[in-house]
Design a protein around this ligand. Sequence first.
Ligand code: SAM
Length: 401
Amino acid sequence: MTLKDRLRGVPRLSIRDQIEREIRERGPIPFSRYMEICLYDPVLGYYSRNANQFGKAGDFYTSSDVHAVFGRLLARQFQELWQALDRPHRIEILELGPGRGLFARDVLDWSHKKFPDFFAALTYTLQESSPALQAKLQETLSDHLHSGRAIIANPSRTHSSAPTPNAATIGIHRTRTPETPLIIFANEFFDALPVEIVGPEGRLHLALENVRLTEVWLPVSRDEQEFLDRYSVQSEAGERLEVSQAAQHWMKKIANAVERGFAVIIDYGYTRNEQLSGRHRGTAMAYRQHSASPNLYEAPGEQDLSAHVNFTALTAAAEHAGMRTEPLITQSQFLMGIGEKTEFADAFEDCRLPQERVKVALQLKHLVTPSGMGETFRVLLASRGVSVERVAQISGLRFAR
Ligand SMILES: C[S@@+](CC[C@H](N)C(=O)[O-])C[C@H]1O[C@@H](n2cnc3c(N)ncnc32)[C@H](O)[C@@H]1O
């Protein structure tokens, strides 16, 4: 029985009332806890409640909402990674936070069609915390689930429901045994993890003043200060920065889970050097119906909350856990590297009419150009147990050299 089933019929406070009750019971709560309740309350959280966040009718587009070519190019890349691992008899891809599963479907369909040997070796595991999105995955991937090629991992809860986010509840749920080579993939997973917000006055907490939510600042912890010193900057007057311990814990778990294989992390984000040059200082935003707002408190549970990813910190976490990382590249460089050789034939294969080709060309352009998603999105590729020479030949890294 799922947590949602168990909670069915139990009177549920609104997100706003839950937050207020928790503050009344425990005192001011850190921003990360507010974000966790808003996004991941098991019944009413933004991601748990329904599966309508994506695409035109939702609040935002991700790359897989733009066109299937994103998944098709990544299928090509995964097949190459499988070759770099010496074409093992079995390989597992584990996707974290697959949402409604469009990416997985595109990868599996294209691998089936174009890379049958790779497809025959593949098990595709989907680890999604939202009950509503898990149900959507059943629809999107029904054929592949039915054949056993795709599997939805069923962690009881991957987010802590305890008042204090607990890294120990974070876990990787793979299908195959640890000796099977593994590729962990995550697109826009890290930006959806709860963050702390820090400023010159300390760490942001939420308190209640009469019945109004108010911001109060408490001292930053030693870990947070260390994070800022190593991977970020010190905030100046009026500035707010994010510290994501949850992202660090996840990266560590990912790296530890890959005994031999790769991690491919795609997200919008920045490096410490960019912050030092004055950019990306304070990136937490709310998204609703395709507009972004700096007001994080307007509609708790009804708007997406997200922060850009600190790739300097993520890279360090992967390396610290023993993975080898490649220099960070843009989504544009990555996709151009994969698609160049075939002149992006993966995008145009289904087009029959010239006007269809024009439409697809525009969608592809959106994925690769700086004015679209090409420069904001970055790709972190990490590996373990693969020779430097083999990694150097990976086509997605071609434009990094
Ligand atoms: C911004 S969406 C991205 C969805 C998809 N990757 C895409 O590109 O369309 C973030 C996804 O991560 C999922 N998620 C967040 N935390 C998670 C966790 N701890 N375990 C599994 N899934 C999680 C959310 O439910 C949501 O589906």
